[in-house]
Design a protein around this ligand. Structure first.
Ligand code: ADP
Ligand code: MG
Length: 236
């Protein structure tokens, strides 16, 4: 019998009762909404990768995450699934404004994240946008106010926060820094610091990288609250 996953309260209860150490193997065994479950199924994602298995239960519960796993290990879904779910369970609508901000070091990676978001998020009603430059600032500005989820590069995002008067971030629930090590290597620390200063302090922050460098933990200290460290090491 199909679970009543469209019931927000029942879903929240299942998330609350989820044991973060349960080592869940299949997406179908996670407490996920119907739109996300269908999106994952349509995208043919069934079995969790190791980083997903370790981080998703914690992230779904709203914990701050500092995650490290090598390239190709599936970090994108480790943050996109909680972004969709945590907004869904809050019954986020267009009127609630920006709920999640995902920062990526490069335009190419931002586009890749956005494509995965469009695929697995296809049955949700959230609006999502890419803020990576390449269009006029004004063109981007006009779309910004309507977005629930944004994928951006640090420089362009900062430009908007500084220059777009009507850009509201007061409701933001989630901040994701993907490839945090590269964000640091590319010299975006001060841009990220400045972005974080605009954001509400009460939020969920997830930081993912391929390595656990000192620089990443510097960044983490600025933007994470009591984070769960999740890492996957290559087997010998
Ligand atoms: P990372 O960000 O860690 O480098 P990605 O999120 O880009 O890794 O995922 C790498 C590849 O693995 C992508 O092609 C993605 O579609 C695939 N992938 C991710 N998670 C799963 C999964 N649970 N099952 C099957 N393939 C997956
Ligand atoms: Mg990645």
């Amino acid at each position: 019998r199909k679970r009543e996953v469209d019931d927000h309260e029942a879903l929240q209860k299942r998330v609350d009762e989820l044991d973060p150490k349960a080592e869940i193997k299949q997406f179908s065994d996670l407490p996920l909404s119907q739109p996300t479950s269908s999106g994952l199924e349509a995208s043919r994602f069934k079995t969790l990768t190791e980083i997903q298995s370790k981080s998703l239960p914690l992230a779904l519960k709203g914990k701050d995450i500092l995650g490290a796993a090598k390239t190709g290990s599936g970090k994108t879904l480790s943050f996109l699934v909680p972004v969709l779910e945590n907004l869904y369970r809050q019954k986020w609508t267009e009127l609630d404004g920006l709920g999640a901000l995902i920062i990526s070091p490069t335009r190419e990676l931002a586009i890749q994240i956005f494509e995965v978001l469009r695929k697995i998020g296809r049955y949700h009603t959230f609006s999502a946008g890419l803020i990576i430059g390449g269009r006029s600032l004004q063109e981007e500005q006009e779309r910004l106010g309507r977005m629930n989820i944004l994928v951006c590069t640090p420089g362009r995002m900062l430009q908007h926060l500084d220059q777009t008067a009507a850009f509201e971030v007061d409701n933001l629930q989630m901040l994701v820094l993907d490839e945090a090590d590269r964000i640091m290597d590319m010299g975006f620390q001060s841009a990220v610091d400045a972005i974080v200063e605009h954001l509400p302090k009460q939020r969920q922050t997830m930081l993912f990288s391929a390595t656990q460098t000192k620089k990443v933990s510097d960044l983490a200290r600025l933007s994470l609250q009591d984070p769960e460290y999740v890492s996957v090491h290559e087997s010998a």
